[in-house]
Design a protein around this ligand. Sequence first.
Ligand code: 5GP
Length: 128
Amino acid sequence: MSAYDRNNVFARILRGELPCKKVYEDEFALAFHDIHPLAPVHVLVIPKGEYVSQADFCAQASDALVVGFWRAVARVANELGLEAEGYRIVANHGPNGGQLVFHFHVHVFGGRPMSHRMGNMPRPGQQE
Ligand code: 5GP
């Protein structure tokens, strides 16, 4: 996978150059609503650091950041009230994963039952 592009859209959101509908932020992560929601709740959680993908994040990030990031994902789901009814988390990696933005991120989907078609998620902007 290619090197981190500091001008990718999530890097620009992290730097405050582009707006987002923020739902959570701490020292490790920022969470905001996806611009093309595929569920009643569709939030993206991104780590504070320059990581292209899940693989890059796990290989390069400090233990503190990996733990802090995943705790933030759980906290976002909890604070959005998704725990009781359930939710889905997805991280797309590379071309076959359908990754479009090359700053590692986790999708949090909730607010309705999820499809069982886990291997065939709709593309951003498409309805399931
Ligand atoms: P992936 O890279 O995992 O395929 O998905 C990238 C996600 O980022 C898509 O769901 C897309 O709708 C979302 N996205 C792309 N550009 C923006 C943006 O400028 N703002 C927000 N909030 N979401 C975006």
